[in-house]
Design a protein around this ligand. Structure first.
Ligand code: SF4
Length: 364
C-alpha cells in the first residue's frame, strides 16, 4: 500500500514534464541513451530493470553509476499508471484493477483465473469509439488512445500485485479497439517479443479486434505471431451491423478475408468471439453459418453469455438486448461440437464486480 501511495504522489507532481521511458522498445531505449551522450548498452540494462525486474526507481539500478542515476532522475521517469482501486470477485476470484493515467483518465484491466492459467485482459484506449451495442465501454464513448507505456504498465502493475509468475496469458480485449491504436499496441507487443524479455511469450498473447481489416493485414505482415480474436457475434452482415456499427465500414466479408490471411501468414488459429444474444444470433441459421465458417478457417469459437449492462443504464438498441438462456447456450454449443467445431464456453467471470466480458466502463 505504501508504494502505491508514494506512486500516486509522484504521478501527480513534477514527473509530468519528464521524458517517459516506460513503453519504449529496446531499440528506442538504446537510441535514448545515445541521445543523452551515454553508451548504447545502457538501453539493454534499463530494459532489464524496467520490464524484467519491474523496477520503478532509478536508485534500484546499481549497475548504473550514481551520476547517471541522478541524470536519469532529473530528465526521465519510469511511471505511466497508478493503481487507484481493485476488487476481487468473491464468486470466481476474478480481479479488476482501476488504473489512472498521468493525465487523470481511468482505465480498467482484469485478471481472470482459470484452472491452468491466469489471463490478464488489458485496455488500449480510454473508452472506445466503436459503440458495439452489447458493450459497456462502447456506451462510455471515446476519450483517447493509450500510449505503449500505459498499455504495458497494466501488465507490470498486475505482475507486481499478483506476482510475475502468476500471469500466464494476456488478451488485448479490455477497453478500446487495439487496432485503432495500432502504433502503441504494436510497440507494447514488440517489448514482449524481445529475446531478453522474461515476460509473457507472444504465443500466449491474443489481440482482439472488431474487424479493422486493413490493420489485421498490417499486423499479419509484421509477423509478430500473436494470436488474433475477431469479435464476430453474427455471421450475417445486416445483424452484425446492428450489433456492431463498425461493420458498415469494415464489412464482415472483408474482416473474414483479413483473418484468413492472418492465419495463413502467421500459422496461428483464429478465435471467433461470440456473445450469445437471444433471437439475434442463437437461431438455427446462425448455428449453420458458424459451422460453415469454422470449416473454412483454422479456428475456435469462444461462446460468451451476454453480461448485463444494467450498471450503465443503457438506452436504444442496447437496452433491448437479452441474453440467450443458459440451457439454450449449452444446446447451441453441443450442436457446434457435434459438427466438429472447437468451442470454448465461458460462463460469467466477475459479473459481481462488473468485470465480465463487455462490462468494463469507468463510472465518472
Ligand atoms: S466490444 Fe470492444 S470494440 Fe466494441 S465497443 Fe466494446 S471495447 Fe469497443
Amino acid at each position: 500500500m505504501r508504494s502505491i501511495c508514494l506512486r500516486l504522489v509522484t504521478v501527480t507532481s513534477e514527473v509530468k514534464k519528464k521524458y517517459k521511458l516506460k513503453g519504449l522498445t529496446l531499440e528506442e531505449l538504446k537510441d535514448y541513451f545515445i541521445g543523452i551522450g551515454e553508451q548504447k548498452f545502457r538501453g539493454k540494462q534499463l530494459f532489464n530493470w524496467m520490464y524484467n525486474h519491474l523496477s520503478t526507481d532509478f536508485d534500484d539500478m546499481l549497475n548504473f553509476p550514481k551520476d547517471l542515476r541522478n541524470k536519469l532522475k532529473d530528465h526521465a521517469n519510469l511511471i505511466s499508471l497508478s493503481i487507484v482501486d481493485s476488487k476481487v470477485s468473491t464468486e470466481t476470484g476474478t480481479k479488476k484493477f482501476v488504473f489512472q493515467t498521468e493525465d487523470g483518465n481511468k482505465i480498467e484491466s482484469v485478471v481472470i483465473p482459470e484452472e491452468r492459467r491466469n489471463t490478464l485482459c488489458v485496455s488500449t484506449q480510454v473508452g472506445c469509439p466503436l459503440d458495439c451495442k452489447f458493450c459497456a465501454t462502447g456506451l462510455m464513448g471515446y476519450t483517447k488512445n493509450l500510449s505503449s507505456g500505459e498499455i504495458f504498465d497494466q501488465y507490470l502493475l498486475a505482475a507486481q500485485d499478483l506476482g510475475k509468475d502468476k500471469l500466464t496469458n494476456i488478451v488485448y480485449m479490455g477497453m478500446g479497439e487495439p487496432l485503432l491504436n495500432f502504433e502503441s499496441t504494436v510497440k507494447s507487443l514488440k517489448i514482449f517479443s524481445e529475446e531478453i524479455t522474461s515476460g509473457i511469450n507472444l504465443k500466449k498473447i491474443t489481440v482482439s479486434t472488431a474487424g479493422i481489416s486493413p490493420k489485421i493485414i498490417e499486423l499479419a505482415d509484421l509477423n509478430l505471431k500473436v494470436k488474433i480474436a475477431l469479435s464476430l457475434h453474427s455471421c450475417f452482415e445486416d445483424i452484425r451491423s446492428k450489433i456492431m456499427p463498425i461493420n458498415k465500414k469494415y464489412p464482415l466479408k472483408e474482416s473474414i478475408e483479413a483473418v484468413k490471411y492472418y492465419a495463413k501468414k502467421t500459422g496461428t488459429r483464429i478465435t471467433f468471439e461470440y456473445i450469445m444474444l437471444k433471437n439475434l444470433n442463437d437461431r438455427n441459421e446462425d448455428l449453420n453459418a458458424l459451422i460453415k465458417l469454422s470449416r473454412a478457417i483454422p479456428s475456435k469459437i469462444n461462446v460468451i453469455p451476454f453480461n448485463s449492462l444494467k450498471h450503465m443504464n443503457p438506452s436504444g438498441f442496447s437496452a433491448e438486448l437479452e441474453p440467450t438462456p443458459k440451457k439454450e447456450i449449452e444446446a447451441f454449443v453441443q450442436n457446434l461440437r457435434n459438427n466438429d467445431v472447437t468451442v470454448l464456453v465461458r460462463f460469467t467471470q466477475g459479473d459481481d464486480i462488473a468485470a465480465a466480458c463487455g462490462q468494463l466502463a469507468i463510472k465518472y
